[in-house]
Design a protein around this ligand. Structure first.
Ligand SMILES: *Cc1c(COP(=O)(O)O)cnc(C)c1O
Length: 518
């Protein structure tokens, strides 16, 4: 056992063997220590109580089990309690403010869930005959209509499973369009990416066989237009730009950037992960964008903590649309059908291929469309406006204690850093850990990478003024505490969580992902 292993919770009278922060059990209030379900295993204590199976021949075609497969034996209430306790250790937007910049953790209306659970959507199988899933295809078609209308784009590829795969889809469409135009493999080698970009942007460009040329930011946190123009020539395949950018700022030169990109025959990929700040207010097509992924799980609600599920449809301009991947929907006289491959007689063979099994994340499609239809165009406009207002409120109420990194109003997220704490010995990490003790999920730390000690706060439209005030007041209290010299508090925070400071480097470098019999 190392220091991070929880004390045993299996039946044991030997309470002297367990320790913890001041309690004999290791529990804290109603925060219960919980071992892995495999550690709770008590062979022979399964919840079922059936007589032994009489001697009947197995009908498994010779595939008789050779040994126990190692599933833990527990009674039903033990299993229920185990998973309920685990669920209580999970912080969620349903539990409180979740101000992770860049992630857009917004309230997921329960109506979405109700719709996604309708059996006609929840129980469809991707291999059902098309004639039996016309309703599901109509829903996908309606979602596509909304996405095209909101972005002003003529086409959308719906299959990408998340933002990162959407980027891959968009860049593969761009590469296919360039290959087609140049009658073979494109000679263009470079993709321009601002230095503040999300890591998935350069990774995508490289995965598509391009090299990345980094564009520096100016002192206002925007693309340095002169540096950008100096790197732009006929060797450039595309620019990948995020707008609003990862500093939470609108790129005011975006139309000029698009024009310059098109003038050298390149394409404009926009990382649309921050679409929630502008949805209903600006149509990306009007800015000159050729391809943009939309994180349905950010802009259009739907829960996405813990790594999934996601959905990253990509809208495409006229020149890119023919290169969209299979499958895509087409209207026939009286129904909808999916074109699945080049073997389809209606396909013109320009699709770059297939990105993913089946047709995309059906449950996410339902949630996103439910969100759009229940808000309406005016409601989406309002949600974007309120998200921006909330972020600016946070910025305004903190600025005297914690100066924002860049001057001027922000979009949907407020960016700060720890410069003003320089003399206190407290850094961004200490503030974030101390926030946990105050009952708040920390903001995003150390991203974007271009800002030293970044603190990126995205409240979203979900939070009321009261909830924002509670968060801001706590943060102000912590900053005053840091400035008063209580460095020790921050070095040791969090104080009240079941686990204190974990060795994050060790966890990242040597993750223990499999339980092994001790
Ligand atoms: C979230 C995000 C992505 C990646 O999206 P996933 O759905 O997590 O793959 C890309 N770029 C930016 C700016 C993001 O915030």
């Amino acid at each position: 056992m190392n220091a991070m292993t929880p004390p045993p919770t299996s039946a044991s009278d030997d309470i002297s063997a367990v320790g913890g922060p001041g309690t004999v059990s290791g529990h804290r209030g109603l925060q219960l220590e919980e071992a892995l379900i495999f550690e709770l295993d008590r062979p022979g204590h399964a919840g079922v109580d059936l007589p032994p199976v009489p001697d009947v021949p197995l009908r498994l075609g010779g595939l008789a089990p050779r040994a126990r497969i190692g599933l833990p034996d527990l009674s039903e209430p033990e299993v229920v309690r185990h998973y309920t306790r685990l669920s209580q250790k999970n912080y969620a937007i349903d539990a409180g403010i979740y101000p992770l910049g860049s992630c857009t953790m917004k309230h997921n209306p329960r109506l979405n869930e109700k719709m996604a659970r309708l059996p006609g959507f929840a129980d469809v199988h991707p291999m059902q005959p098309e004639s039996t899933v016309q309703g599901a295809l109509q829903l996908i078609d309606a979602l596509a209509h909304w996405l095209k209308t909101l972005t002003g784009m003529p086409a959308v590829a719906l299959s990408p499973a998340a933002g990162a795969q959407g980027e891959l889809c968009g860049m593969m469409a761009i590469r296919a369009a360039l290959d087609h135009r140049e009658g073979g493999k494109t000679a263009r080698r470079r993709v321009l990416v601002p230095e503040s970009a999300h890591g998935t942007n350069p990774a995508t460009a490289v995965a598509c066989g391009f090299t990345v040329a980094t564009i520096p930011a100016n002192d206002r946190g925007r693309v340095d237009l002169e540096a950008f123009k100096a790197k732009l020539d006929g060797d450039v395949a595309a620019i990948m730009l995020t707008n609003p950018n990862t500093c939470g700022l609108f790129e005011p030169d975006i139309v000029e950037i698009a024009q310059a990109v098109h003038d050298v025959g390149a394409f404009f990929y926009c990382d649309g992960a921050n679409f929630n700040a502008i949805v209903g207010r600006v149509r990306p097509a009007d800015l000159g964008i050729d391809a943009m992924h939309i994180n349905l799980h950010k802009t259009f609600s739907t829960p996405h903590g813990g790594g999934g599920p996601g959905s990253g449809p990509v809208v495409l301009s006229e020149p890119l649309a023919p290169f969209a991947p299979y499958p895509y929907l087409v209207h026939t006289a009286d129904s909808l059908r999916l074109v699945e491959s080049a073997a389809d007689p209606t396909a013109d063979g320009r699709a770059f291929g297939r990105l993913k099994g089946f047709h995309g994340q059906m449950g996410m499609f339902v949630r996103a469309l439910s969100y759009m239809m229940s808000h309406g165009a005016d409601g989406l406009y309002q949600a974007a406006s309120d998200a921006v207002l909330n972020a600016n409120y946070v910025m305004a109420r903190l600025r005297d204690l914690l100066p924002p990194t860049f001057e001027g109003p922000c979009m949907h997220e407020a960016l700060f850093d720890d410069r003003s704490l320089k003399d206190t010995g407290v850094e961004t990490l200490g503030i974030a850990k101390a926030l946990i003790d105050e009952g708040f999920h920390p903001f995003t730390v150390y991203f974007p990478l271009v800002v030293h000690g970044a603190m990126l706060i995205e409240p979203t439209e979900t939070e009321s003024k009261r909830s924002l005030d509670r968060f801001i007041n706590s943060l102000r209290g912590l900053i005053l505490r840091a400035k008063a010299g209580d460095t020790a508090h921050f070095d040791a925070a969090p104080h009240f969580t079941p686990r204190r400071r974990l060795d994050e480097t060790q966890a990242a470098r040597k993750p223990v992902l499999r339980w092994k019999q001790g």
